[in-house]
Design a protein around this ligand. Structure first.
Ligand code: FAD
Ligand code: 2HG
Ligand code: ZN
Length: 484
């Protein structure tokens, strides 16, 4: 990319501000951050900026506004929708929050952790556990995904059933707005009714309204015990029936309920070293369920085991097991959490993250699979995930033996449009938890309610009139007015 005189001056100023640890233009340093986690979307950037504190973030944003330079906020770059991947054309700078990883405070009394935006989810888990608390949101990318990225995508994960998504856990944020102003909303008040809630607006904004530099997050007491069960059954409908039974039988101790089709388990067993089948036989569908108990309460393994045994006797479940140790619990979770990695190792897929009303999801999974396989013969559907939230990842894999990348380039948009049309027809959302990013932008623009789009564009224009914050993500451009 050629650089004009003004951009060269901007880059020199930023290099002086950030120093060698915070500024690089070396192609080898940039390479991993120019491509999305799935390896589907590539972009380009003039430099990778890694500020050390919120003051440096504000200085970057002000300098970029003066130079009309687009900025792409980036955390762990684990986005499933290429939300943190810079644009393929034009000028942009990546602003990585990864150096800002201080745990600023953890208060068991207030049930609050205050952390910088670059802290990983795993580091937050550890900090909370160290004081007898826990942060009740988890997902497979926890070692890499950052608090800033999780808030900006309003991430879900495997505990939404009980604790809600990221937005429900954010008590306050500190952010730099597109004009360089610093918004200090870290006070973590449990009640605060001063009008529009900027904290919630920045949550799920995918970096289009500013850069989050720190957050105050809700903690809950650490658990006393947990039990993880794995059940094999015939249909998603049976799985949902099982969830309702388990909730009743365990006194609402269920906090995760994840659907795993046979095909996903097969991929994990084939591609992920150290995994083994949890049950003796094979089952078209499986669920992983976790039940927890507070300190001092009876171990939930008893109630969970009894309820699963009853479900077998009643013919709802074919076979089941309950973890007898923490190592067994971890081994069962590894089967569920490795699905994305195993699917990636297996080849390309058109990925979808759909929500429909919970009770409609079993029917949707079956009817949408049949429709996709009829319309795109030889593709292979893999639908897994958060059944209890009415959200599955309805991924469509390339036909066997085809070059997956070529197939995706040729058919991907058509397959996704087809799946998204079915989702909207079922009253659903084309993004349950991953966001819109780049990969869902066209279908979002095509299918979203016009009032929603207009309000979203108005908010973007009001807060980021120059359109410099993560352009090309989340907010579709308004259509060109018709020629006179
Ligand atoms: P990035 O990918 O770096 O960025 C994501 C978005 O946030 C981008 O738009 C970026 O511009 C913006 N952003 C990042 N940091 C900031 C900041 N400080 N300020 C403003 N904007 C910012 N997601 C789920 O919801 N549920 C799951 O179960 C789940 N499982 C996953 C499993 C795997 C194996 C992987 C790879 C991903 C998974 N994801 C899941 C998706 C992903 O982990 C989440 O979207 C996560 O929130 C992204 O965090 P990140 O730090 O990697 O953000
Ligand atoms: C999960 O639930 C993630 O494991 C990733 O949201 C989903 O890889 C996917 O499609
Ligand atoms: Zn998910």
């Amino acid at each position: 990319m050629t650089i004009d005189h003004e951009d060269a001056a901007l880059l020199a100023g930023l290099e002086a501000l950030l120093g060698p640890r915070g500024f690089t233009r070396d192609p080898d340093d940039l390479a991993p951050w120019l491509v999305d986690w799935r390896g589907r979307v590539r972009g380009q950037a003039l430099a990778l900026l890694s500020p050390a504190d919120a003051g440096q973030v504000a200085a970057i944003v002000r300098a970029a506004a003066t130079a009309r330079m687009p900025l792409v906020p980036q955390g762990g770059n684990t986005s499933m929708v290429a939300g943190a991947t810079p644009p393929a054309h034009g000028r942009a700078l990546i602003v990585s929050l990864r150096r800002m990883r201080a745990i600023l405070g953890v208060s068991p009394e207030d049930g609050v952790a205050i952390v910088e935006a670059g802290v990983t989810l795993s580091a937050l888990h550890e900090a909370a556990e160290a004081v007898g608390m826990r942060f009740p949101l988890s997902l497979a990318a926890k070692g890499t995904a950052t608090i800033g990225g999780l808030i900006s995508t309003n991430a879900g994960g495997t505990q939404v059933l009980r604790f809600g998504p990221m937005r429900a856990l954010v008590l306050g944020v500190e952010a730099v707005l597109p004009d360089g102003a610093r918004f200090d909303g870290l006070s973590a008040l449990r009640k605060d009714n001063r009008g529009y809630d900027l904290r919630q607006l920045l949550g799920g904004a995918e970096g289009t309204l500013g850069i989050i530099t720190a957050a105050a997050l809700r903690l809950v007491p650490a658990i006393g015990a947990r039990a993880v069960g794995w059940a094999g059954l015939e249909t998603p409908q049976a799985a949902l029936g099982l969830l309702r039974r388990l909730e009743a039988a365990t006194g609402a101790a269920v906090e995760s309920f994840e659907l795993v089709p046979e095909v996903a388990l097969d991929l994990v067993l084939r591609h992920i070293p150290g995994t083994r089948a949890p049950l003796a036989g094979r089952h078209r569908w499986n669920v992983l369920v976790e039940a927890t108990a507070p300190t001092g309460a009876p171990d939930p393994a008893g109630a969970l085991g009894a309820a699963l045994a009853q479900a077998i006797d009643d013919g709802l479940v074919a076979d089941a097991t309950v973890s007898a140790s923490e190592a067994q619990a971890e081994a069962l979770w590894k089967l569920r959490e490795s699905i994305s990695e195993a699917e990636r190792a297996d080849g390309m897929a058109a990925k979808h993250d759909v929500a429909v009303p919970v009770s409609a999801m079993p029917g949707f999974i079956e009817s949408a699979r049949q429709a996709v396989e009829a319309r795109f013969p030889t593709t292979r559907v893999i639908a897994f995930g958060h059944l209890g939230d009415g959200n599955v990842h309805f991924n469509v894999r390339a036909p066997m033996g085809e070059d997956g990348r070529a197939w995706l380039a040729r058919e991907g948009a058509g397959v996704s449009a087809f799946v998204h049309d079915l989702t909207v027809a079922a009253g659903g959302s084309i993004s349950a938890e991953h966001g819109i990013g780049q990969t869902k932008l066209a279908d979002y623009a095509r299918l979203a309610d016009p009032a929603r789009l207009a309000a979203q564009r108005a908010i973007k224009a009001a807060l980021d009139p120059l359109g410099l914050m993560n352009p090309g993500k989340l907010v579709p451009l308004a259509p060109e007015p018709p020629a006179p």
